[in-house]
Design a protein around this ligand. Structure first.
Ligand SMILES: [Fe+2]
Ligand SMILES: [Fe+2]
Length: 228
């Protein structure tokens, strides 16, 4: 086991979920290119899009129902003043449209270009949304509470918004997407944060999901770091 003590940042769970969503958006973009170039079936696109949206839905709820509330209360309505909740409303609406276009493509009423155009526009907006949130929120997370323990308790409350969604949808997705990078650092920071945020019983359960979704080389590093 390494003797180095990592710096634990509980809000890395939120920040690195963004990183996983970015990897997921790239995955969807690649599936879209194959679909348009090869006029193939939409199974690969549908599959990675559904997974991305599943994670995004849980993450959005965590923000709307807890994270934004805390930031608004402590920092003079910063989230509302920045218009961030409106971006969530637009996102949900745009996604509804894309799901219809995907069905339309599958039943022959929409072309792959109509679907591709809408999907590209949504992905561009989704990436701007992640950047906007990070610019506003990340400088504030360390100021939410003075100690790591208190910040961890706050992140736990964010996860409690939908603990089943976190466990069954978000966790595996984030681990898998972060583990696609050659660098171990992001996955490590996410798992370190989760171990600090979760109770011992919760972490024991989460560890089996992490184990299932991490790439073998990263799984080994997690074992060596005493995290599995
Ligand atoms: Fe968001
Ligand atoms: Fe976010």
């Amino acid at each position: 086991m390494s003797s180095e003590q990592p710096v634990i940042r509980p809000f890395a769970i939120m920040r690195l979920t963004h990183e996983a969503l970015r990897v997921g958006i790239r995955e969807v973009r690649e599936a879209l290119v194959s679909l348009v170039d090869e006029k193939g079936d939409s199974l690969a696109l549908r599959s990675c899009l559904n997974e991305l949206l599943g994670c995004l839905d849980v993450h959005r709820e965590q923000e709307d129902k807890r994270f934004f509330t805390v930031l608004n209360e402590q920092f003079d309505d910063v989230i509302d003043k920045e218009g961030i909740p409106r971006e969530h409303v637009d996102d949900i609406q745009e996604m509804g449209n894309i799901k219809k276009l995907l069905e339309g493509y599958e039943n022959g009423t929409n072309t792959e270009h109509e679907l591709g155009h809408a999907l590209e526009a949504w992905m561009w907006n989704a990436e701007r949304h992640l950047e906007h949130e990070e610019a506003v929120m990340m400088p504030l997370t360390e100021k939410i509470a003075p100690t790591v323990e208190e910040r961890a308790a706050e992140v736990h409350k964010i996860l409690e918004v939908d603990m089943d969604g976190f466990r069954n949808v978000q966790l595996g997705y984030v681990v898998r997407q972060l583990s696609r990078s050659d660098q171990f650092g992001k996955l490590r920071a996410f798992v370190d944060a989760l171990k600090t945020v979760a109770s011992a019983d919760e972490y024991q359960d989460f560890a089996t999901i992490i184990e299932d979704h991490a790439e073998p080389a990263h799984r080994e590093e997690l074992y060596n770091a005493g995290l599995l």
